[in-house]
Design a protein around this ligand. Sequence first.
Ligand code: MN
Length: 247
Amino acid sequence: MIDFHAHLDLYPDPHAAARECIVRKLFVLSVTTTPSAWSGTAALTEDAPRIRTALGLHPQIAHERKGELPLFERLLPQVRYVGEIGLDGGLEYRQYWPDQEQVFSRVLSLCTLAGGRIMTIHSRRAATQVLDALAKEPGAGVAILHWFSGTQRELERAVDLGCWFSVGPAMLAGNKGRALAAKMPRGRVLTETDGPFTQVDGRAAWPWDVDQAVKALSQIWSEPNDTVQRQLVSNLRRLTKFSASSE
Ligand code: MN
């Protein structure tokens, strides 16, 4: 199973969460929200080949942490994965929009200069603006839109731009999310939880709750669970090969 967007460092006991992912042989993209969190988070899973730590600067705290962009730039040569990055157009973050745009465009241009990265991207209420920014930086790498919640038209544009998608139990619980997932190219879909920030059965999601996303995809695609699993694993292999060839 694959959780391509989890915040391992933000569970109450990050070591226990990481250990359980290792025991369960999960593939995990462990994302961070600040460059200063990267080293400690990477250390949680340094001996776990199936777990990778992404270097991020979350749009909801871009205004507080934009001073960490130089650290982002210093760490970037060591990582293949970048995230969580992006833009958030929600009312409570709109006042920081200039900071968000400055940070996101700087991060994308650094990724371009570095030869491209695999990026997990937040686009809540900002899908068009995220796609505009990606269209301006085609060399930044492969963009995986995490928990995409834009319109069907924005989804079509994202597909045309070459974006990938990671979908989780919370997104697939609603009709809108399921309708979007149904239109995503199957070869560009991965699963995620966004734990611990999402809820499954009334509690914080664990990375292994991606099995619920697999079940939902199995209904949406009308394919048995194991066919869905094989598709997802083959997608992950293809994705990581892209990155290897761009290094
Ligand atoms: Mn997240």
